[in-house]
Design a protein around this ligand. Structure first.
Ligand code: ADP
Ligand code: MG
Length: 269
């Protein structure tokens, strides 16, 4: 018969740190509430799992490098009436599309909430224990170019495989040079049907020839990205940033003072 004295040591050896911490206080509750041994054990296991889950979410959030605070509850859907809130919520809450390695694309002009929505969906996926990594596309392209120069590109792409979702923010800002767009194409080709990409871009497909230097590469990139993809286009409502700036009474109109009347006109634009 094992001695209860050894329990803390055994639990730590089994790496059940929460159980090791809680077995004693929970035993007091168990005796008071007259739990049977199985109930006590179940309660301890539940605490261990809950604690592991929350540690995992903290770890995944940190490694994701997602912008902080850009979540669904902080997004005001009334500002973009053309986007169905249920559709965004479905993408955030039902991760089947990630399991199928599908992509998600947000197109629209600057300031309409593309990055916010992409990050919000990504945060929800992390809550479901899905690993995500956010990059501004230009930063990722630079890292990949460095990896290529160090003959480490395969290794680098392999490391990204552990993330089920890669967010490529502002794809349209990549410079159209052979070297830059080639690594970008390599990433798209590498993840095709194996891992999801969330892309935000101010340039819809028609303009992607401005991103990729070679027309056949443009077509091949679009083919791979859209083969299994949800595309969300946000029309040119007035930019949220501009609305905020105006609401804060900051002059956004190239140094000219903005009268209340012209502010309203700017919001309407
Ligand atoms: P984009 O990526 O389309 O340029 P962002 O997502 O960066 O736009 O949005 C610009 C700023 O405005 C961010 O701080 C974002 O959180 C905020 N924002 C944009 N749209 C909304 C919205 N509908 N509700 C709340 N905040 C918004
Ligand atoms: Mg953005």
């Amino acid at each position: 018969m094992a001695s209860s004295e050894t329990l803390p040591v055994l639990l730590r050896q089994l790496r059940l740190s929460t159980m090791a911490q809680l077995w004693e206080p929970l035993l007091t509750s168990a005796e008071k509430e007259r739990w049977n041994p199985a109930q006590y054990l179940a309660a301890l296991c539940e605490q261990e799992l809950n604690e592991r889950h929350s540690r995992r979410i903290t770890r995944f959030t940190k490694e994701s490098c997602l912008p902080v605070g850009k979540t669904l509850p902080t997004f005001d859907f009334s500002k973009i009436p053309m986007i169905r809130q249920e559709k965004i919520e479905a993408l955030a809450q039902n991760s089947d599309w990630v399991k199928r390695a599908e992509n998600l694309l947000f197109f629209g002009p600057s300031g309409v909430g593309k990055t916010h929505l992409a990050a919000a969906i990504a945060h929800s996926l992390i809550e479901q224990s899905i690993r995500v990594r956010y990059f501004t596309t230009t930063a990722l392209v630079q890292k990949m170019q460095q990896a290529r120069a160090d003959l480490q590109i395969e290794n680098f792409l392999g490391k990204l495989d552990k993330y089920s979702v890669i967010v490529l923010d502002d794809l349209g800002y990549v410079k159209k040079t052979d070297a830059e767009t080639h690594v970008l194409f390599e990433l798209i080709a590498h993840r095709y049907e194996t891992g999801s990409i969330i892309i935000t871009s101010n340039q819809a497909f028609g303009e992607w020839d401005k991103i990729f230097s070679d027309p056949s590469m443009t077509v091949a990139a679009i083919d791979r990205v859209v083969h299994h993809a949800t595309i969300i286009e946000i029309q040119a409502v007035s930019s949220y940033r501009k609305r905020q700036a105006i609401a804060n009474n900051i002059n956004t109109n190239f140094g000219q003072k903005v009268s209340p009347k012209s502010m309203t006109e700017m919001i309407e634009r």
